[in-house]
Ligand binder design. Structure first.
Ligand code: MN
Length: 501
């Protein structure tokens, strides 16, 4: 469902006519070589397109017009091999609506100590040319990512790769449609928000649909389609005896297959990238979509429970960023704590809806009654999550702006089996520790719902937030509550001033 190679990032080198055709020819050759190297790099998942060297204001303006109107162009990488006077860039940059990565590199890695002459000096000028280029973007208050280092260095490829993935997610986000089945969980604040502002800011379209519309397509699913899907379940998962043919809950498993097929039809035919449900509005559905929501997330859809459209969109964004990388991504909730001073940790889970892309080993398919909601016992996948680094990200509506909050966490194995817990769960230690991490999260106003990922880290979401022009708060190993409280207050001022009208 997510194909990053379809996205293009344009590699643009700034220069000017001053140097004469010989030097400009070399600049073009070198630039092409770098662009091809990036395009072929296994690390960089998008297509890198070489663009002819920019030598005049008109060329730059036309390039920016082209970038804006090329649908699959998701960003540009700029670099000044030589000196490119920045007034030439003003009109282009003024209209550019694509993210920028300013690559501060040099074609030659090493100084040719014994050979260096003025020809070398005139060709390899990025050390000062890129400063002129940086000035105009700072002067124009243009958000961008600056990456420094030789273009073949692993770290440079890594930073570029992260940014291209964030740019792909940002492009996807701007045309994303989220289907909201039913409304919000009654009286809950953080899952609400300004959907009109979200569309203005992000392009994200969130619209409500009656559960009856979904029930209609769910009921249209045929028994033959269900037979086929249940067979797939039996192959992929460890299905409990009750859930197998002849078992007491076999029909419940079949019903989730019915929901999955109906939901898929609904989402595909409407071109949706995510959806929300709410257990308070399931009229006409016999079960809360559990297994169905889990499997749709695994297929690449964003999901939010209880009407949480912001986290449905964020789960989708993190899935795009992490496509093809090791580790999965899921909707998540900080559920319950282990507050033993010898190792405080969070048990993350939800009523049912955790994505099996983060499962360790083979998932169990089980059916258990749900304590709330008054519906039939839903089928769900039960699993643990592998140890290692992860992030929890939350997008909240502050009333006058959106704030992105990310906590870097470390997933750990459960200290013992959890034989009676009938849901998928992750166990983690927030950075810098549970006390500071949770306090920082609460001061920042982070939701109880998050988008959880083991494929991406905070840098991806920082790049994404920069592109979206929203506030970004990172809670990590260096977080101090005193400093964070100041940051939140300063940001309040900055975003008020930066917003203008
Ligand atoms: Mn919830």
């Amino acid at each position: 469902m997510i194909n990053l190679k379809q996205f293009e990032v344009w590699f643009v080198t700034g220069s000017q006519h001053l140097y004469g055709p010989e030097t400009l020819k070399k600049v073009a050759q070198h630039s092409q070589e770098i662009a091809t190297f990036f395009d072929k790099s296994a690390k960089i998942p998008v297509t890198i397109v070489f663009k002819p060297v920019m030598k005049s204001p008109d060329e730059i303006t036309n390039l920016c017009i082209d970038a804006n109107s090329t649908k699959n162009c998701i960003g540009i990488i700029t670099w000044c091999h030589t000196f490119s006077p920045s007034k030439m860039w003003i009109n282009g940059l003024k209209i550019l609506q694509r993210p920028i990565l300013h690559l501060h590199t040099q074609y030659n890695r090493d100084l040719p100590w014994g050979e260096i002459d003025m020809d070398f000096m005139n060709l390899n000028q990025s050390a000062h040319g890129d400063r002129e280029h940086g000035f105009i973007m700072t002067r124009m208050r243009i958000s961008r990512k600056v990456v420094v280092g030789h273009w073949q260095e692993e770290d440079v490829l890594e930073r570029i790769a992260v940014w291209t993935r964030a740019a792909a997610a940002w492009s996807d986000f701007q045309s994303a449609k989220i289907a909201r089945f039913g409304d919000n969980m009654r009286e809950v604040a953080v899952t609400e928000g300004d959907k009109v502002e979200a569309q203005i800011k992000f392009g994200l379209a969130v619209n409500g649909y009656g559960v009856g519309d979904l029930v209609k397509v769910v009921n249209e699913v045929t028994d033959a389609e269900i037979d086929k899907l249940v067979k797939e379940y039996v192959e992929i998962y460890q299905v409990s005896t009750e859930g197998k043919p002849g078992g007491a809950f076999y029909q419940n498993v079949r019903y989730q297959a019915r929901i999955e097929l109906g939901l898929t039809n609904f989402l595909e035919s409407g071109g949706f990238k995510g959806f929300t449900t709410t257990f308070e509005d399931l009229y006409g559905l016999a079960q809360l979509p559990g297994l169905a929501s889990q499997r749709l997330m695994a297929a690449g859809y964003g999901f939010g429970a209880e009407g949480d459209w912001k986290h449905a969109a964020l789960v989708r964004a993190l899935k795009v960023m992490g496509a093809g990388l090791k580790g999965g991504c899921s909707f998540m909730e900080d559920y319950t704590y282990h507050l033993n001073p010898n190792g405080m940790k969070v048990l993350g889970a939800h009523m049912l809806e955790i994505c099996p892309s983060i499962a360790e080993g083979k998932s169990k398919l089980e059916v258990h009654p749900l304590g709330i909601g008054g519906k039939d016992a839903p089928a769900r996948l039960v699993f643990n999550v592998p140890s290692g680094p992860a992030v929890n990200a939350s997008l909240i509506d502050m009333g006058n702006r959106f704030r992105m909050i990310v906590n870097s966490v470390d997933c750990v194995a459960p200290e013992a089996d959890l034989p009676k817990l009938p849901v998928a769960r992750a166990l983690w230690i927030p950075q810098p520790n549970l006390k500071v991490g949770a306090a920082a999260w609460i001061y920042a106003g982070g939701a109880h719902h998050t988008a959880f990922s083991q494929a991406v880290d905070a840098e991806y979401i920082e790049d994404f937030s920069e592109m979206a022009g929203i506030e970004f708060i990172h809670i990590g190993k260096d977080t101090s509550i005193t400093e964070l409280k100041k940051e939140l207050k300063w940001n309040e001022m900055y975003y008020m001033l930066a917003k203008g009208l």
